[in-house]
Design a protein around this ligand. Structure first.
Ligand code: RIB
Length: 318
């Protein structure tokens, strides 16, 4: 494997309109926010920036529109060193948008409006496919059309490139799709949607993981918020508890986890190290406001790894 891993992220870019509230609203309720701001987000962009900040050479494939925040979305990617030259600009629409509500405990609710992301077609992807040929891994999520995600996975598999899929927001997908995924990284809600099982505990996540392996996925990690994360693969099953941090905002923590797991796996395909590293990065990502890792994140993650003696525990070796 190359010293610096090459990752292509196929996915969304959004402007996040973020409202900070003391607690999340219930249906029908109006709340006053204590603070509000615009920031750059989108699962694709967040994962691309995280992978680049963690040391990979990253290219993003996707579609942006034309609005007051689009240049800012691109600037953030470029500042992190992400190659944006293949991004398509659709002048007839806006870039993706998300309303993000964050409470005092850092928990969030998110609603996404795809806009330009929704117009990123399979044909658009095929026009950019040479970018995938030379990569070590492709990371995808579900904020762009599913057919485009499939196309990206197909191209990657044909080139023997590692495929990582973060099935968010969750939709039910079939065996044909799952068989193209080398590493699937759902959270507990997404694992529930994919399997039809109620995934609420670590034991549930392990069961859902086994079901997903029966459905065609080779390896997967289920992220469980405060309950940590579990790895299920041919090497065995491990559970990693969470790194204790002062959590301010969980937005983008899952994206940081996905990028970190991929970066670690490409360096050394070891489930225990990759799970531990991704858990530390995911926890670190909750310690600041916003969805994208800052430039000094590696220092913070290193400190966390040194401070906390957390090691994934083997649940089953099969
Ligand atoms: O995963 C967090 C992201 O989800 C936010 O940045 C928002 O844009 C939505 O895509």
């Amino acid at each position: 494997m190359n010293a610096v891993s090459k990752i292509v992220v196929v996915g969304s870019l959004n402007t996040d309109m973020v409202f900070h509230v003391s607690r999340l609203p219930v249906p029908g309720e109006t709340l006053c926010a204590c603070d509000a701001n615009f920031s750059s987000g989108g699962k694709g962009a967040n994962q691309a920036i995280a992978a680049a900040r963690l040391g990979a050479r990253v290219t993003i494939l996707g579609k942006v529109g034309m609005d007051f925040q689009t240049d800012e979305l691109m600037r953030n990617l470029n500042d992190a060193g992400v190659n944006t030259e293949h991004l398509i600009r659709d002048t007839g629409t806006s870039s993706g948008m998300a309303v993000v509500i964050v409470d005092d405990d850092g928990k969030n609710m998110i609603v996404v409006w795809p806009a330009a992301n929704g117009g990123f077609s399979g044909a658009d992807l095929l026009a950019q496919e040479p970018a995938i040929f030379d990569s070590d891994a492709v990371i995808t999520q579900f904020e762009i059309p599913l057919d485009t995600v499939k196309q990206a996975l197909r191209v990657a598999k044909e080139q023997d490139v590692l495929t990582v899929c973060n099935p968010a927001p969750a939709v039910a997908i079939g065996r044909e799709f799952l068989e193209m995924v080398d590493i699937l990284i759902p959270n507990e809600t997404e694992a529930s949607t994919l399997t039809g099982m109620n995934v609420a505990t670590v034991a549930d996540a392990l069961q859902a993981g086994l079901r997903l392996r029966d459905m065609g996925v080779q390896r997967l990690v289920v992220t469980m918020g405060n309950q940590g994360a579990v790895y299920i693969g041919p090497e065995g099953q491990w559970h990693c508890p969470i790194f204790q941090v002062n959590s301010i905002d969980t937005t983008g923590a899952g994206d940081a986890f996905v990028a970190a797991f991929t970066v670690a796996w490409l360096k050394n395909p070891d489930p225990v190290n990759s799970l531990r590293y991704a858990s530390a990065v995911g926890a670190f990502a909750t310690t600041f406001a916003g969805a994208q890792l800052p430039s000094d994140c590696r220092k913070g993650v290193k400190k966390l790894l040194e401070r906390e003696d957390i090691t994934p525990t083997l649940v089953d070796r099969k």
